[in-house]
Design a protein around this ligand. Structure first.
Ligand code: EPU
Length: 333
C-alpha cells in the first residue's frame, strides 16, 4: 500500500475529466482499508468513478477501492447468495452470474461502475433496481473502523437513492454486497417494451438472452465511456404533481409519463431536455448525447466546470419551459 502524490484522476472517472488527486492510494484488501482509515479520516472514496463529475482537484486523500472476490452460498433449493467485493466491476459480475445461470441481475448488464457503489444510488435499468435482488451489505464505519451489516430495510432504498446518499453520506465504506439470485425458475422481468420486442423467444427467454438484449439496447442508445466520457443519466427523472401534469398535457399532449401514485407523475427528463432543443448539441468539448438527451458527455477535454455549467443551463431552460426542477443525479465534486 503506497500513497502516491499528484495523480491524474482522468483514468478513474468515466466522464474522463482531468483533475488531480493531491494524494492517492489504491486498496486491495480489507486489512489495508482498515489500516488507512485508522490513519486518515479526511478521505475521498473512489469506486468505479461512474457517478461523479469532478470540478476541482481533490484535496482529500483519494482511496481507490480495488478489492476483488466473489463468494457463493446456497440459499435453499432455488436460490443462491452471491457476495461480491466492492472493487469488482459491476458488468463483469452480471456476466459471471449469467454464465452460472444465476438469475436476477441480467437487466442490469453494462451499467458502468463497481459493486461497492451500486447500492448507494440503487442502480436500476429496464424494470429492475438492485433493491429487488439485494440481500445485505457490509460496510466499515469511518469514525470507528467497525464493520456493520446493513439489511435491505436499513439501506432505505428509493429511486436512485439510499441511506448512503442521505443521513449516512460519507460515514461508511461499503466493502461487499450480497445479492439473492435464482438458480432456476428465474423471476424474469421483460416489462420494458424494447426488451420484449427484441427477444426471439418472447414467452420463455433465458437470462442470457435477456442480458444480450439489454446490452444491445444500451449500446444502441448510450455512449460507451471508453469512447465518449459520460456518467450515464445526468439527471433524475422528475416526479411532478398531477395538477402541473394536467396543465402541461394541454400544450404537450404527446408528453410521455409513468403514473407513480394518484397525485404523482414521473416524466422522462430525456424528453424534457430534447424538447428544449439540447439533444445532440455540442458546446465546446461538452454536450448532450445525440441518442439520449439525459446523458451529458465529454468529447475529450471538457472540464468538470464546463459540464456543470451546461447542466445548469439545461436546468434553467427546463424550468422556464415546463416549470419542472431537474435534480442532478451524478455527484458533483
Ligand atoms: N426520451 C426522449 N428523448 C431522449 C431520451 C428519452 O424523448 O433523448 C423519452 C422517450 O419517450 C423514452 C423515455 O424518455 O421512451 C424513456 O427513455 P429511456 O427508456 O431511455 O429511459 P430514461 O428514463 O431516459 C432511465 C434510467 C436509465 C436506464 C433507463 C432504462 C434514470 C435517471 N435513468 O432512463 O439509467 O438505463 O431508464 O431503464 O432513471 C442511469 O441511471 O445512468 C441510466 C442510464
Amino acid at each position: 500500500m503506497k500513497i502516491q502524490q499528484n495523480i491524474s484522476l482522468k483514468p478513474y472517472n468515466t466522464f474522463g475529466i482531468q483533475t488531480n488527486a493531491k494524494r492517492f492510494v489504491s486498496i486491495n484488501s480489507l486489512k489495508e482499508l482498515k489500516e488507512i482509515i485508522a490513519l486518515e479520516k479526511n478521505i475521498f472514496l473512489l469506486g468505479g468513478g461512474s457517478n461523479i463529475l469532478l470540478t476541482n482537484d481533490v484535496e482529500k486523500l483519494v482511496i481507490h477501492i480495488n478489492t476483488k472476490g466473489i463468494i457463493v452460498n446456497d440459499f435453499g433449493v432455488d436460490e443462491v447468495l452471491v457476495t461480491a467485493e466492492a472493487g469488482e466491476n459491476w458488468h463483469e459480475l452480471v456476466l459471471w452470474c449469467v454464465s452460472q445461470n444465476y438469475g436476477g441481475l441480467e437487466n442490469l448488464a453494462l451499467i458502468p461502475g463497481n459493486v461497492g457503489t451500486s447500492p448507494i444510488q440503487n442502480i436500476g435499468a429496464y424494470g429492475i433496481e438492485i433493491k429487488d435482488v439485494f440481500q445485505q451489505l457490509e460496510a466499515i464505519e469511518i469514525s470507528t473502523g467497525k464493520t456493520k451489516i446493513f439489511t435491505k430495510a436499513a439501506c432505505k432504498f428509493g429511486y436512485r437513492n439510499s441511506v448512503f446518499k442521505n443521513e449516512l453520506k460519507g460515514k461508511f465504506i461499503i466493502t461487499n454486497v450480497t445479492f439473492k439470485l435464482t438458480k432456476k425458475n428465474h423471476n424474469i422481468n421483460i416489462s420494458y417494451g424494447a426488451i420484449k420486442d427484441l427477444l426471439t423467444d418472447k414467452e420463455n427467454p433465458s437470462i442470457k438472452e435477456i442480458a444480450d438484449v439489454v446490452i444491445a439496447i444500451r449500446k444502441s442508445k448510450l455512449p460507451d465511456p471508453k469512447e465518449i466520457g459520460n456518467s450515464g443519466s445526468f439527471f433524475k427523472n422528475p416526479v411532478i404533481q398531477v395538477d402541473l401534469f394536467n396543465e402541461l398535457t394541454k400544450k404537450y399532449p404527446e408528453i410521455p409519463y409513468y403514473e407513480i401514485s394518484e397525485n404523482e407523475i414521473k416524466i422522462p427528463a430525456g424528453w424534457l431536455i430534447e424538447q428544449c432543443g439540447f439533444k445532440g448539441k455540442r458546446f465546446g468539448d461538452t454536450g448532450v448525447h445525440e441518442k439520449q438527451a439525459l446523458v451529458l458527455v465529454n468529447y475529450n477535454n471538457a472540464s468538470g466546470k464546463e459540464v456543470y455549467a451546461l447542466a445548469q443551463k439545461i436546468q434553467q431552460k427546463v424550468m422556464e419551459t415546463f416549470k419542472i426542477a431537474l435534480e442532478i443525479e451524478v455527484n458533483v465534486i
